[in-house]
Ligand binder design. Sequence first.
Ligand SMILES: Cc1cc2nc3c(=O)[nH]c(=O)nc-3n(C[C@H](O)[C@H](O)[C@H](O)COP(=O)(O)O)c2cc1C
Length: 203
Amino acid sequence: MNDPIKVTALVGTYRKGGMIDSAVDEILASAREEGAEVGKIYLVDKSIEFCTNCRACTQKPGERRGECPQHDEMAALLDELERSDAIILASSMNFWTVTAIMKRFMERLVCFAYWPWGQAGPKTRDTRRDKRAVVVCSSAAPAILARLRTRMSGLLKTAADLLGARTVGVLFMGLSAMKEHQKLSERQKRKARLLGKRLVGKG
Ligand SMILES: Cc1cc2nc3c(=O)[nH]c(=O)nc-3n(C[C@H](O)[C@H](O)[C@H](O)COP(=O)(O)O)c2cc1C
């Protein structure tokens, strides 16, 4: 028998049980129904330092990500994402972009680039995209306005790219701050379930 597909969600909201968390749960439930092994990581629970721009992780050539001299939970988190066949990157929108904890995580992805001193810009070490990704965003603004006005889903897709994943779907949930304990609409649940199937190659 084949090993089950491993799906890992990286959750960048500050609110457990909020809109982003609920959408991620729905996607994971649907992937699990298709036989996937699923896991969820809350960035808010992880100790991750800011990138200091020392560029130590970008100096050595090679396909493998560079090593950061900071000792925190980032390396273990990246190992978990690299072991996954599919990933979900999810963030609520704060000040028209991803949350600060998601941005801090994204800056640390510079280790996937080769960028020695003397070279003008970074080059992605490994351009393969063997994994699948789904991107999830929520905003107080209507989705159409938030999508047109910002690059938020594009940023998360770029992060997915660096993690070796091709984005197969985006769930952008506008009007997500109407109630303190807002629930997903039936439409949002349907889309989330569809994306869960797509993540595991069905649907
Ligand atoms: C500090 C802060 C900044 C926010 N900035 C924006 C914003 O710029 N645009 C927007 O549409 N919503 C903004 N929001 C609303 C959040 O995006 C919304 O509450 C969130 O998407 C709900 O998801 P959650 O339940 O997972 O937290 C902001 C909320 C907070 C607390």
